[in-house]
Design a protein around this ligand. Structure first.
Ligand code: PMT
Length: 393
């Protein structure tokens, strides 16, 4: 399935989140076109949506520039998925009755694409019997409903009716783009940084946010693999469809990986694992009683190397986080750790690497190197999974 998405934005205060929804959908590699209703226009500007979507915003049923002046048919045929987010009570009611009095409702009638609807309205309106019946009817017709969240609303009420988060809307949309390239395979991925205690208050760690690892988790699940995640310190949402094991230190990560590796087909070591830990962890907070303080460190076990030594080892893919002498250092790691491939990224560049939304990597296998150009970590992850599938499965 291609990824051509129409985002319908209707009249709800949550329309201000629609540029962010466009971005999240683009992160999946989708081309996004926006249809803005008259109500939507009250809450978000056409210019913002045009800028982020990099496409003209559509709002006119009678667009004379459209081929044969039938913009609704062109758009309806173009889309693989139509998502209405936010979907106002009025827009939902119009869909139920098959009305065709504006561009969005007409496109919905004319399309064979999958349709998703993310309601957004006052909690009392959302709780009404009419709304319940309407949503049930849409579901019966095959429309997917992205449930709203609970919380304080713009009007001051508290309850259910807030638009689902843009990341959640994108996540649910991505389920429609699943492929089966790793169907029946088991994948274990380590994610995030490890935390090595110095005393009950201080620790040694690194800048890993978990973004790259979680993007790989997501791509692995999208490819149909049963996916297990061993997760250290992260600052991103956890992929709910994976089996998850949470750890703190490198030792704990080693233990969790070794306990779960034996039936895996693929191991991706994306975690930023501390090479060293303090030799001793002070049971009490270390006092500030001298000008100098020395912490002695001892080497941690190398998880990736140990997995690569296993008799029944899975395909092992490591990462190399480098700041200099990139290709040589990464090749050295590929050789020393004896993995099947290593993914080199430059962590000295703040636009890619640690914490950033984007990455640019070199996929270094024994028989050659491929560059994966700068893109969102999600797209880079999809390309990595595709490459692994092609080379090793
Ligand atoms: O989480 P983000 O903010 O999105 O950032 C992503 C990232 C930069 C952390 C990620 O893309 C990355 O490069 N991960 C590997 C970080 C790292 O520890 O690299 P390294 O070059 O020090 O280690 C080489 C490989 O050995 C890695 O696969 C690492 O997971 C593994 N290793 C290292 C030490 C150790 N004791 N055990 C290991 O398994």
């Amino acid at each position: 399935m291609n990824k051509r998405i129409i985002l319908g934005v209707s009249g709800s205060i949550a329309a201000y989140k629609s540029p962010d929804i466009v971005r999240r959908l683009q992160d999946l590699g989708a081309e996004v076109r926006v249809i803005l209703t008259g109500g939507g226009r009250e809450f978000v500007s056409e210019r913002s949506l045009q800028t982020v979507s990099k496409n003209k915003v559509h709002d006119n049923l009678w667009d004379s520039e459209a081929e044969l002046s039938m913009g609704h048919i062109e758009l309806a045929k173009w889309a693989d998925v139509v998502i209405i987010a936010p979907a106002s009570a009025n827009t939902i009611a119009k869909l139920c009755h098959g009305k065709a009095d504006d561009l969005l409702s007409t496109v919905i009638l004319a399309t064979s694409a999958s349709v998703m609807v993310a309601p957004s309205m006052n909690q009392q309106m959302y709780a009404s019997l009419a709304m319940k019946d309407n949503l049930e009817l849409l579901q019966k017709r095959g429309v997917r409903i992205i449930d709203p969240g609970f919380g304080e609303q713009a009007c001051g009420d508290v309850g259910e009716g807030r638009l689902a988060e843009p990341s959640e809307i994108a996540r649910q949309a991505s389920e429609l783009f699943q492929n089966n390239a790793l169907g029946g395979k088991r994948v274990l991925i380590t994610i995030g940084g490890t935390v090595e205690a110095i005393d009950p208050v201080r620790f040694l760690s690194n800048h890993s946010s978990g973004k790259m690892g979680m993007a790989l988790a997501y791509a692995s699940i999208q490819a149909g693999a049963e996916t297990t995640l061993v997760i250290g310190s992260i600052s991103v949402d956890v992929e709910k469809r994976a089996k998850t094991i949470f750890v703190t230190s490198a030792n704990e990560m080693h233990e969790a990986v070794m306990a779960n590796i034996h039936d895996q087909d693929l191991f991706i070591s994306c975690a930023a694992v501390a090479d060293y830990r303090p030799t001793k962890v002070s049971p009490n907070k270390i006092k500030k009683d001298s000008d100098k303080q020395t912490i002695e460190l001892v080497a941690n076990k190398d998880i990736l190397s140990d997995v690569c030594q296993l008799k029944d080892k899975p395909i092992c893919i490591g990462f190399a986080a480098e700041t200099e002498n990139y290709i040589n250092n990464a090749n050295q790691k590929l050789k020393n750790k004896q993995c099947d491939a290593i993914i080199l990224n430059d962590v000295s560049n703040s636009a890619i690497g640690f914490k950033s939304d984007d990455n640019e990597v070199y996929f270094i296998a024994r028989d050659g190197t491929d560059k994966i150009n700068k893109n969102s970590k999600q797209i880079v992850a999809e390309k990595i999974i595709k490459k692994i599938t092609k080379e090793f499965f």
